[in-house]
Design a protein around this ligand. Structure first.
Ligand code: 0L1
Ligand code: MG
Length: 256
């Protein structure tokens, strides 16, 4: 009952584009399990009114990000069809304080499940990898939260822009992919794939293990965002974001 009430509160603020105070300030004793249940309740409600679960995202996959939030573990969130941006234009009127970060996305053509998942299992189930931009938008005031808050808020998920160009799996050293992010022509972030748990493929393995603990899995056709390669940057109307992904090409996005 209380979890549904908190889920409704978060959902109301998201839909009305209003930030809120951390839920852990007002609701004491919430567990991580409760937070994932709040996340699930809201996604299920969206799916009941026409949306669709298309995959998962991993968040807080770099040490830098974990330290900035004061946690020592990654988290996962749920991706909905309505989050996908088809054209490289980010409309921000329904977002509170969006930030953008470069990621590597995986598309799967086989089910992946179980706690004993291996790297080879992941590659065998991967149809393509793609460079991607994730737009995160915490519903919390000043992007300030702890582990429980952010999990309940679906790991700050907002929008996803994935390259139309696909790359075959297992032909690139993803830990060595150098990423350069520009904002209005100026370099603002640099990083490489090793920032994501040593290699983005490990992020997928970790996701499968975490999903196993909650009775979920990666289904064929699902996409997975593996985690930010650099810090996320604030964006505002008029900005142009360009991210070079080394051998995986370049993505551009305009904020309007
Ligand atoms: O995708 C991410 O790593 C973000 C997870 C949530 C933390 C944040 O909003 O910065
Ligand atoms: Mg992310």
């Amino acid at each position: 009952m209380i979890l549904q009430k908190i889920a409704d509160e978060l959902s109301w603020h998201q839909k009305n584009v209003l930030e809120l105070e951390k839920i852990t300030q007002r609701y004491k004793g919430l567990s991580l399990e409760d937070a994932y249940e709040i996340q699930r309740l809201n996604i299920e409600k969206d799916c009941q009114i026409g949306d669709r679960l298309i995959g998962w995202k991993m968040g807080l996959t770099s040490i830098a990000k974990q330290e900035s939030v004061g946690v020592d573990q990654p988290i996962y969130g749920r991706l909905l069809e309505s989050m996908v941006i088809e054209e490289p234009i980010l409309h921000v009127e329904k977002l509170i304080h969006p930030r953008v970060e470069p990621e590597i996305a995986f598309l799967f053509n086989k089910r992946l499940e179980g706690k004993d998942i291996t790297e080879q299992d992941v590659w065998e189930a991967t149809e393509f990898i793609m460079p991607a931009l994730e737009v995160i938008d915490s519903r919390y005031k000043d992007f300030s939260f702890n582990l429980i808050d952010v999990v309940a808020d679906n790991a700050s998920s907002a929008k996803i822009f994935v390259s139309k160009k696909n790359y075959p799996p297992n032909q690139y050293n993803l830990d060595q992919i150098e990423v350069v992010m520009k904002l209005n022509g100026q370099i603002v972030q640099k990083g490489n794939g090793s920032a994501v748990m040593g290699n983005p493929v490990r992020s997928v393995m970790k996701l499968v293990q975490m999903l196993h603990n909650t009775g979920h899995c990666i289904e064929p056709g699902m996409v997975v965002l593996t985690g930010g390669i650099t810090e996320a940057i604030h964006v505002q109307i008029g900005d142009v974001i360009t991210v070079e992904y080394d051998k995986l090409g370049t993505l551009n996005m305009t904020v309007s």
